[in-house]
Design a protein around this ligand. Structure first.
Ligand code: GLU
Length: 304
């Protein structure tokens, strides 16, 4: 595969320091890109300004650097790309695929008939008020969904199918507080960056159909997707600060990288005597030995 045919990315949200789950996602996306002579971009997904902090952006960039990761081009920040998201929203408005919604969470919870994969399925209350010109500056904006089945073949998780209308409902693409939603931002950025391969945690597996649906509406290409199992503790909880996950410490970068490669079930030849290894040497060896077919085809996996 030539360089031009593979562009991958790692897209952390700076809501805290890099944790082990993000390190595993970074490692998998990096190895897959480099093993295919691809480019590997770093995008900071700080679109949700209420949860992201600039100090975590710096911390994540420094940690990745200390762990030996090198990316192509400049780091990009979603907070600087609002015009891009606004243009995507305008394109959807022009197709009459969106409507403003003034329902509160409480109203949705009280009126919904179904709990879907992401909580209450929006019952479409405001869809019918489209002509009443609900102000879209002070209300959320939802995308009209369809009950056509969206399917894709995930490189690790296999064939996925989803009826977005039934399982998610009309979803928010711009929030009531004026911030663009992740689903719209990530699709606009992946298209603008010409991303060909997305490698990320399986907590986003169920978001992928929404992203493919948006790509179709906006005339964007659909990348190939690979979702790696989310690291959980013995009790099945996602590893995070709340569940006392091991913090990642750059002094133990070599050990953390090798353990993460073991988690991804990669060959560990040449990685045993870690006294002489540096993080970038571990990454070089990992890239040479990269075999994504060995990754467990499960949504979660215990990290020990
Ligand atoms: N920003 C998301 C996260 O940190 C990842 C989004 C993506 O890779 O599409 O979980």
């Amino acid at each position: 595969m030539s360089a031009a045919r593979y562009i991958g990315r790692f897209a952390p949200s700076p809501t805290g320091p890099l944790h082990i789950g993000s390190l595993i996602a970074a490692l998998a996306s990096y190895c897959d890109a480099r093993a295919n002579n691809g480019r590997w971009l770093l995008r900071i997904e700080d679109v949700d300004e209420t949860r992201c902090k600039p100090e975590y952006t710096d911390d994540i960039i420094n940690t990745l650097h200390q762990f030996g990761f090198r990316w192509d081009g400049e780091v990009t920040l979603q907070s600087t790309q609002k015009n891009r998201y606004a243009a995507a929203l305008t394109a959807l408005k022009n197709q009459q695929r969106v409507y403003a919604c003034c329902c509160s969470r409480r109203e949705i919870a009280d009126s919904t008939q179904h709990i879907g994969i992401d909580g209450a399925v929006y019952p479409g209350t405001c869809r019918h008020l489209q002509n009443l010109q609900i102000d879209d500056q002070t209300n959320a904006i939802r995308l009209l969904t369809s009950s056509d089945i969206v399917s894709f073949d995930d490189r690790v998780q296999g064939l996925q199918t989803q009826n977005i209308a039934a399982e998610v409902g009309d979803f928010i693409i711009k929030r009531r507080d004026g911030l663009f939603a992740y689903q719209l931002a990530v699709v606009a950025d992946d298209a603008s960056d010409n991303i060909t391969h997305v490698v990320r945690g399986a907590d986003l597996l169920d978001s992928t159909a929404r992203q493919i649906y948006l790509q179709h509406l906006l005339g964007y290409a659909t990348p190939s997707y690979m979702h790696i199992p989310v690291a959980v503790n013995a009790a099945g909880q996602k590893l995070s600060k709340q569940t006392l996950a091991p913090a990642i410490n750059s002094r133990e970068a070599v050990t953390a990288l090798i353990t993460s490669l073991g988690y991804l079930r990669q060959p560990l030849e040449g990685l045993k005597s870690n006294a002489t290894l540096t993080p970038s040497r571990v990454l070089d060896i990992a890239v040479k030995q990269w075999q994504p077919a060995l990754i467990a085809p499960t949504r979660t996996q215990t990290y020990e």
